[in-house]
Design a protein. Structure first.
Length: 317
């Protein structure tokens, strides 16, 4: 199979018929063998009934329905686990991503050898203050923190080699950082393509200030995981050693001063250096314990899904 098109969605019933027709038209005109995998992330507007109706007319349509809204990352994780295509395309269900970009994205993977190609919505039709400006700030911070030189981490339209989606673990809110996760797993040939952005035709955007804040918090998480995810002791041990050295130096100073210089002076507990030494050594010990615990958890962790599927459509369990 050439292509697997993975489409996570939440309350996009109005756009699904049009989106399916558009994708099918592009696939057939280019002679692709394909599957369209819709992941209903807890919709309440009848989106699943639309997906069932589409599957009745088109055997290329497949579906996954979550018990409730678990988030886009979990939807992608479930979809990636069931893809069968050589190239996997992700796109949003709101008609803002243009399916006519898919053939060129496919060629960039298959002919130019990219592991991953991310879309770049250079010209956007979103609110400047509500989404464009926060997105620019977020992308700037992501580039500087991750080292992955993309202009648009948030673009839902991306293409992947099958090996990439079968390797990366997309959990939490990490769907924005799949290129970074791929790079961390050794898939370093990451490209970018300017893609057409469509104005939203139905419904309302799911983007809000809460997602913007979560995005930056996730950026800190991905930075930590990229640098120290497989060796937490290197971070916590370094800080622990530094704190213990500081505490030991203050304690040594207090001991020498008390024994040889100021023998009749104040009690040690009356001097601020005593508390600095005490706090530094306690913090140092705690950092070391955190590092040890991180190493133990890393070596004994079990991979667990953090979503629950209610039913699947035209897919093998």
């Amino acid at each position: 199979m050439n292509l697997s098109i993975v489409i996570p969605l939440l309350n996009e019933a109005e756009s699904l018929y049009e989106l399916h027709h558009w994708i099918a038209e592009v696939m057939q005109s280019n002679g692709f063998s394909y599957e369209i995998l819709f992941i209903d992330d807890g919709s309440t507007d009848g989106s699943w009934e639309v997906i069932e109706a589409l599957q009745q007319k088109d055997s290329n349509v497949k579906g996954i329905r979550f018990l409730k809204n678990f988030g886009k990352s979990q939807a992608l994780h479930a979809g990636f686990a069931r893809t069968q295509g050589d190239v996997v395309i992700t796109m949003d269900a709101d008609l803002q991503d243009n399916p006519e970009e898919i053939p060129e994205l496919y060629q960039m993977i298959m002919e130019e050898g990219y592991d991953l190609v991310s879309g770049w919505k250079k010209k956007r039709f979103d609110s400047v203050i509500g989404k464009n400006l926060p997105s620019k700030l977020f992308n700037f911070a992501a580039r500087k923190t991750s080292g992955v030189k993309l202009n648009d981490f948030n673009c839902g339209l991306k293409a992947y080699k099958s090996e990439v989606v079968k390797t990366v673990e997309v959990t939490g809110e990490m769907h924005r950082y799949i290129p970074v996760l791929a790079k961390n797993e050794g898939f370093g040939n990451i490209g970018e393509k300017v893609v057409q952005h469509q104005a939203r035709k139905y419904g309302s955007t799911k983007f809000g200030m809460e997602r913007f804040i979560r995005g930056f918090l996730d950026l800190i998480t991905i930075w930590f995981l990229s640098k120290f995810g497989k060796r937490p002791m290197h971070l916590f041990g370094a800080w622990g050693a530094l704190m213990l050295i500081i505490g030991f130096c203050f304690a040594l100073y207090l001991g020498i001063d008390k024994l040889f210089i100021n023998t009749s002076g104040r009690l040690l507990t009356e001097r601020p250096q005593f508390y600095i030494a005490l706090v530094a050594m306690i913090l140092g010990s705690q950092f070391f314990v955190a590092g040890f615990l991180g190493e133990l958890i890393l070596r004994n962790k079990k991979q667990a899904k953090n979503y629950h599927i209610k039913e699947v459509l035209n897919l093998k369990e």
